[in-house]
Design a binder for this molecule. Structure first.
Ligand code: AKG
Ligand code: FE2
Length: 236
């Protein structure tokens, strides 16, 4: 792996896609655990207001919160550690590992930034692991706008409208996507089957642990710990 080159691309574009980053057998193992955990028809976890306002139909699971697990194997990979260090610096910290599950027929996730861009060098980095293919037949592709990690706040507007310059990603089994938390991104509607990603979130040294507590959408800022809209953003 050329860590320096990937790091340069990350800082230029606000994301980088690395195919075949993980052993297929490990992907199968994690995929099976995720499917077993959620079953076919899990209940939503967020409040109705959040689901309605954010237009984000996801159910989170923190698999490392229940003690040692197969998910630790990804954290332990030297390649991922080195790549993360090349981007975030030597004293980066792991934040948490979160699986985000969306049922078939749900809307995916509206445009957002994972954390406030008010301070440009204060951010989380998503390290997204895909244990199965995502493409136009499954739906749920991840969409990013390259370079927007340098453009400040996601502008108010239609939570779902296309944004000029957007790029649709179709991660495959074993793909790693590194995504800056300020980069404007969303997930397309989940048409074919249920859909999930596993996110090993990380952050540079000195970043507060609650960095991802307030998420920026085009129509509001939403605080997860209090379950409330902390800012309305008018757009029509
Ligand atoms: O699941 C994805 O592809 C993106 C998820 C996302 O927006 C995030 O983890 O912050
Ligand atoms: Fe996100």
């Amino acid at each position: 792996m050329n860590y320096t080159q990937f790091a340069a691309e990350f800082w230029e574009q606000g994301y980088v896609v690395i195919d075949n980053a993980f052993d297929p057998a490990l992907m199968d193992e994690l995929d099976e655990l995720i499917v077993a955990h959620f079953g076919e028809n899990p209940d939503f976890w967020h409040s109705d207001e959040f689901l309605a306002r954010s237009k984000t139909e996801v159910i989170p699971w923190f698999p490392q919160n229940d003690g040692p697990s197969a998910f630790d194997a990804v954290d332990r990979l030297e390649s991922l550690e080195e790549l993360t260090r090349a981007i975030l610096g030597r004293d980066w910290n792991a934040l948490y590992c979160m699986v985000m599950f969306s049922k078939q027929g749900t809307v995916g996730q509206a445009w957002h930034q994972d954390c406030s861009p008010d301070v440009s060098d204060r951010f989380n980095m998503n390290r997204l692991v895909y244990t199965r293919d995502i493409d136009a037949t499954t739906g749920g592709q991840t969409v990013v706008v390259p370079g927007t990690h340098k453009e400040g706040e996601l502008p108010p507007g239609d939570p779902w409208a296309d944004i000029e310059g957007q790029v649709i990603l179709e991660p495959q089994k074993g793909t790693l996507v590194l995504l800056h938390g300020h980069t404007w991104h969303r997930v397309l509607p989940v048409t074919g089957s249920y859909r999930f990603s596993t996110n090993y979130r990380a952050m540079p040294a000195g970043t507060p642990e609650d960095i991802t507590d307030v998420c920026v959408y085009r129509n509001m800022r939403y605080c997860f710990s209090t379950g409330s809209v902390v800012e309305e953003r008018a757009w029509r």
